[in-house]
Design a protein around this ligand. Structure first.
Ligand code: HEM
Ligand code: HEM
Length: 161
């Protein structure tokens, strides 16, 4: 039986917030890359500024991908702490599946974005739908963290700070 650590590793905490910041940046910096892809797919020429911002989107997306991989390795080597004391079993299950869904959606975003950018397959629509899913999951996840911290007062948010 593996023993769960008492707390998240500092690297897990840092990478969690690096990914959150990265996602916020992606949400604000996506219009130029949409125009660039449209130009590429219709034989047009992307304007310079758009191309630079598109490369920023790809770079931040790649940094998110590396951070997600590092987090998965950390989860395997260091583990994650058990759910806060007194968390009902059903809620603990939902949180576990929510975390898995967040990881899976982030990876799906990188794959669909990467395949579209590299001209392997035009998966821009899928990238968009996964982004909606990511938004919904992140919203529910953040709401749950805030609810646990401030209503149930079980210190959940502090675990990630
Ligand atoms: C978690 C990371 C990412 C997030 C949250 C994200 C988010 C977004 C959003 C919101 C759009 C606009 C979708 C639309 O309005 O149609 C977009 C477009 C795009 N992203 Fe990302 N992205 C991420 C990672 C990546 C990566 C790693 C790449 C490439 C290596 C990439 C390539 C693209 C491309 C090519 C488009 C244009 C798609 C099209 O219009 O057909 N993205 N992204
Ligand atoms: C925006 C995108 C977000 C993503 C993709 C995300 C992803 C994750 C994942 C996968 C975990 C599981 C632990 C791990 O493997 O490191 C986690 C834990 C956690 N997240 Fe987030 N998160 C996001 C935003 C937020 C926000 C905005 C908050 C705070 C309001 C937050 C608070 C927490 C807390 C407190 C934990 C620890 C929960 C526990 O272990 O009981 N997250 N997050």
């Amino acid at each position: 039986m593996t023993v769960s650590p008492q707390a998240y590793h500092p690297a897990q905490k840092i990478l969690h917030w690096v990914v959150v910041l990265g996602i916020l940046a992606q949400w604000s910096l996506n219009e130029p890359i949409v125009r660039v892809i449209e130009a590429m797919q219709t034989g047009g020429t992307p304007v310079d500024g758009d191309m630079t911002m598109a490369l920023v989107h790809v770079s931040i997306g790649s940094a998110i991908f590396l951070s997600v991989l590092a987090r998965l390795v950390l989860r395997m080597r260091h583990g994650v702490p058990d759910h806060a004391l007194g968390t009902p079993e059903m809620q603990a299950q939902i949180a576990t599946w929510m975390h898995r869904a967040l990881y899976a959606t982030l990876i799906a975003m990188v794959i669909t974005g990467g395949m579209t950018w590299n001209g392997v397959a035009p998966l821009g629509d899928l990238h968009f739908y996964f982004n909606i899913l990511l938004f919904a999951l992140a919203l529910a996840h953040a709401a749950a963290a805030l609810f646990n911290q401030f209503v149930r007062k079980d210190g959940t948010l502090r675990r990630m700070m």
